[in-house]
Design a protein around this ligand. Sequence first.
Ligand code: URA
Length: 236
Amino acid sequence: MESMRLDKYLSNTTGESRTKIKDILKAGRVKVNSSTIKDAKTQITPGEDLVELDSMPVIYEKFRYYLLNKPAGCVSATKDRLSDTVLDFFKGENMDGFFPVGRLDKDSEGLLLITNDGMLAHRLLSPTGHVPKVYFVELDREIEEKDIVKIEDKIDIGDDKPCLPAIVKKKEENFAEITIFEGRFHQVKRMFAAAGYEVKYLKRIAMGDLFLDDNLKTGEYKKIGEEEISLLRKKV
Ligand code: URA
């Protein structure tokens, strides 16, 4: 693997900002191949040099994966002039090169994968990937059986092609769950609109084998491990 500066190596692996890493180096907490190193510019070759922080080996991970419970009011982008972005929730972490995989509307909530793994993102978002995505919605009225059938069966939302078949489950009162296998612009809202319903609230609760954890409050995130990601990778 290509070499990189020690501060970048530590920032990528620990998720700490470069400023914090500078302090850690200054405090003499880092060893490279058993020697204490304070110079942030020292070149490291991942997989060859042994880097230790507080005497614990720091293994380089090229990619990191986070699951964010996106709140309403922020945009699924890396930068925005006016609104908070989904990256603003990662305070104090080095998020250089990270981006959300796909989009949730500004007023939507729920599961959003944030990573720096462009290849996985590309495969998950590919129109032929057909990764199932599950949304919990509140509608303006109780959904009727005939409309469930209509939405499930290749509903036309005004695009070149009708939607792929979907699965709709009625929940109590005005609530429902819908599973779709593609990701068009405002797709869920447009599918319900085409059947005469307005989506009042929308939350993504699953994508492939990733599920929104009840313990993860809106605005909170958690790091997800390689095992969960390999399950997802196998699907695409
Ligand atoms: N479909 C929508 O209409 N909005 C979202 O945010 C996600 C899916």
